[in-house]
Structures are given as C-alpha cells and as structure tokens.
Design a protein around this ligand. Structure first.
Ligand code: ADP
Ligand code: MG
Length: 447
C-alpha cells in the first residue's frame, strides 16, 4: 500500500462510521488517493460533478474524520481524472522542482472576516495578490497563533490563480523549505541535478509564500539559502510574502541581513479580534458548516477568554458535536453550550486532563486505576477501559493517541483507535449505552 492509500484508508474507515452507507457507497468509496501535498491529501473524483459535491458538501465531514483520526492530514484537494493525469505527469517531469499550486479552497478573501484587527493586513494582502512586486515587497505578516496568517497566504494564492491560472506561485511552510533544503544537501553528491532542481524550484517563481518563518531560527545554512533566493526574486520584481508569529523587533532571531531585507517592504500585523469580529467569524463558520446556531450561543463562545480563532472554531465544533450527542435532552442550546465548553478553561481555571478523565471513569465504575490500565481482559474491565479511552479522545482531541496508549499501560495507539471506534459505534446503536456515556461525560465536565 502506498503512503496516500494508507492515510486514506484510515480516514475512510472513520467516515464509514460517521455517514450513512448509501452516501459512502455512492460518493466516498469512489475516491482514489493520488498524492500527499504538505498537509493535504489529493483525492481523485470520478467526474467533475462528483468533485463539486466533494468540495461543497462533504469536505467538512471528511476533514472531521481526518481530525478524528488525529491524522496529520488537515485538508483535501479534489481533482478529476483529467487533472490527475496532468498532475502525475507533472510530478514525474521534475520531481524536485515540482511547484505546488494547490491552495485550500476554503481559505479565500471572501471567507476571511475583516475587522479593525486585520483590516490593514488584508488590504495589503489583496493588493499583493493583484499587483505583485509593486508596492509591498516583501509583505511581512506577523501575529499570534491562530489569527489567520496561513489563511491569508492561501487567500493570496487562490486570488492569484483566479487572475492568472499559469502564475508560478509556491506556498511553503518553513518546515518544508528546511526539509527541501536538507534533502538537496543530502543528495547533492549523488545527484548532479539536485542543486539545480532546488534552484529552479525556488528562483523561477512569480510568487513565493513562506509560512511561519520563525522556524528558521538557528538554521543558519538554510537562512543563507533563503537570503540568496530572496535577492534573486526581489531584484527581478517577484513577489515574496512571509509570515511570522512575532515581529522582527520582538525576538525574531534571524540573521541581520535577512531581517534587513524583510524590512524593505511592508510589515503588517494581525491583532486579536474584537468581540464583534469574533462573533462575525463564528457566524461565518457556522454558515460554512451548514449549522443553525443561536445568537446567544455564538456570543457565549465569542466571549470566552481565548485569543486564537482556531480555538474559537474548536469550541464551536465542540458545541455542535455536543448538541448532536445530547439531542434527546430537553435543554436549551445555551445551557448545553456551557456544559460542552466546561473543559475549555478560561485563564486561571483548572484544565481538564486525561488523568482526571481516567480517574472519573474509575470512580464511576468503582474500579481501581491499576485494574483499568491492567492487561486483564474480563468484561467488567474491558468496557470501562474502552469508555475511558473514548472519552479522552473525545474530550481532549489534541492529546496524541500514542500518549493515551502510554497512559493505559503502554498500549499501542491502534488499541486506542479500536476502543474509540467501538464505543462510538455502540453509542450510535444503543440508546441506553449512550445515555450512560453521556452521564459519565457530564460527571467529568461538571467536576
Ligand atoms: P495562523 O496561521 O495565524 O496560526 P490560521 O490562518 O491557521 O492561523 O487560522 C486559524 C483558523 O482561524 C483557520 O481556520 C482560519 O480560517 C480561521 N480564521 C482566522 N482569522 C479569520 C478571519 N478573519 N475570518 C475567518 N476565519 C478566520
Ligand atoms: Mg499558520
């Protein structure tokens, strides 16, 4: 099995549980994994209309499945068979010098909510996409985690390709750039054209978009490589856009000459959004998920003490999921949202940990911690153990499966996946069982 087949298999198995079988048979089972691009999986659809259905109707479910698997795949690119042959040929022609022109179709300027926190940076980004190399070169975007830097880079990419489908534009994470550089160095002695291919890839561009430049700190050789690329692109009027989680005056430890180049252009920051902007963003996301959600719930989430929009989105998703799980209860949406977000601690509040969840499950079933993590396989232990595993993956989606495995007496992550899926399945099929799990969950959340 190829890498992309393996990745897809895992996500597909999840989708089989989440979605109805006619949907799976008609649409999802026909997708063919073609390649992996950064954090995206390229899937081939059987025709143009299937592609449209995927990008409009199923994309969120598929992403959800990927995130449920804790897959590093965060996004999906859908192509038709025609595009795929083109894609494969391109891949073979110049394997190292491939230009990645795929951008996340959800990250556009249209889907980017503008407020006073990001007005200036957005206008600069639009200008850069439409009039490259003119005014703001480079455009240096900085701001905290989850405030929309990556979104803006993709929006630039989408806009550029909309205006000129043949533009040579490359989006790269700094990490990828580093890997690319290192693999070039490694193979340079073996492959004559490795250096040339690297050069070609980065220097024959119209646009170079580099995300999270702070990861280049301490990598002096790679900084030097970037310095030369920068000079070449800049002097021929090609547009460069860089993002960073901090400003050059604030602990961005890169070589002085590189930093001085960055200040040639425009430095634009993204500030944390105001309450009004947060509300607008949440409304936009709810709209994108095709979910109806009360305004007071949106406001409640927006007022939570978080800075990152990614976290806000996470809370929104948690609320949506929790509503589904508790659909049978007669309780208003707002109270339900409050319950659901109990574990998103405001600053200063105590945080929920996997340890706490494990202990709560133990006390619910009245069994000891040693027993629940032991290797014993009697039914009185297996089910509580699996419920505990499930609840940890459910309530703390960011905890890696392998870490959970370690907590449960060094078990393999596949055991956790198995437990999680099995409990999810039981919840769906058995009303009584579901009520029990919800009860335990409430005990944990209400602490
Ligand atoms: P960063 O790269 O700065 O860490 P991202 O670009 O990954 O942040 O943004 C995190 C999430 O927040 C993404 O899903 C993105 O779509 C969303 N987001 C951030 N800012 C906005 C905005 N102004 N309007 C709509 N969505 C936004
Ligand atoms: Mg980012």
């Amino acid at each position: 099995m190829t890498n992309e087949q393996k990745l897809w298999k895992e996500i597909f198995e999840k989708l089989e549980i989440m979605m109805s079988s006619p949907t799976v048979d008609t649409w999802l089972s026909k997708l063919v994994p073609i390649a992996v691009r950064d954090n995206s999986l390229v899937l081939q659809c059987h025709n143009e209309s299937a592609k449209r259905v995927m990008t409009t109707k199923f994309i969120n479910k598929i992403k959800q499945a990927a995130s449920d698997c804790n897959s590093f795949i965060k996004d999906f690119i859908f192509i038709t068979e025609d595009e795929s042959s083109e894609y494969k040929e391109k891949n073979q022609e110049n394997s190292l010098a491939t230009i990645d022109t795929y951008f996340n179709p959800n990250y556009t300027f249209d889907s980017f909510v503008v407020g006073s926190c990001n007005e200036f940076v957005t206008a600069s980004a639009v200008h850069t996409a439409e009039k490259p190399g003119e005014l703001f070169n480079p455009l240096f975007i900085y701001g905290g985690v989850g405030l929309g830097k990556t979104h803006l880079l993709h929006a630039i990419g989408n806009r550029v390709l909309e205006l000129n489908p043949n533009a040579r534009i490359l989006y790269t994470t700094t990490e990828n750039f580093l890997n690319d550089f290192l693999s070039m160095i490694r193979t340079a002695s073996l492959r004559e054209n490795a250096k040339e291919a690297f050069r070609k890839k980065y220097r024959e561009l119209d646009y170079l978009l580099i995300d999270d430049i702070q990861f280049l700190q301490g990598k002096s050789e790679t900084q030097e490589a970037l310095f030369h690329i920068f000079n070449e692109l800049h002097s021929s009027g090609k547009q460069i856009v860089i993002t960073s989680d901090r400003s050059v005056n604030d602990n961005l430890n890169l070589e002085a000459r590189l930093v001085s180049r960055f200040s040639w252009g425009l430095m634009a920051d993204i500030q944390p959004p105001s309450i009004e902007t947060r509300i607008a963003i949440l409304q936009r996301k709810a709209f994108e998920y095709h979910i109806n959600i009360n305004d007071d719930v949106i406001r409640y989430i927006a007022e939570k003490n978080t800075v990152s929009i990614r976290t806000l989105e996470g809370m929104l998703k948690t609320v949506i999921f929790y509503q589904k799980l508790n659909a049978y209860r007669t309780i208003d949406q707002l109270s339900l949202a409050k319950e659901a977000l109990k574990n998103y601690a405001d600053e200063g509040e105590e945080k929920l940990t996997s340890e706490t969840i494990l202990n709560k499950v133990c006390s619910y079933f009245n069994i000891s911690r040693d027993m629940i993590i032991s290797k014993k396989r009697n039914k009185e232990l297996v089910e509580p153990r699996q419920i505990a595993m499930y609840l940890i993956t459910d309530l703390l989606p960011l905890v890696p499966l392998t870490t959970i495995g370690t907590l449960f007496g060094d078990r393999d992550h596949s055991t956790i996946i198995h437990a999680r899926d099995k409990i999810a399945d039981l919840i769906e099929k058995n009303e009584g069982f579901r009520a029990q799990v919800v009860e335990i969950k409430n005990k944990i959340l209400n602490n």
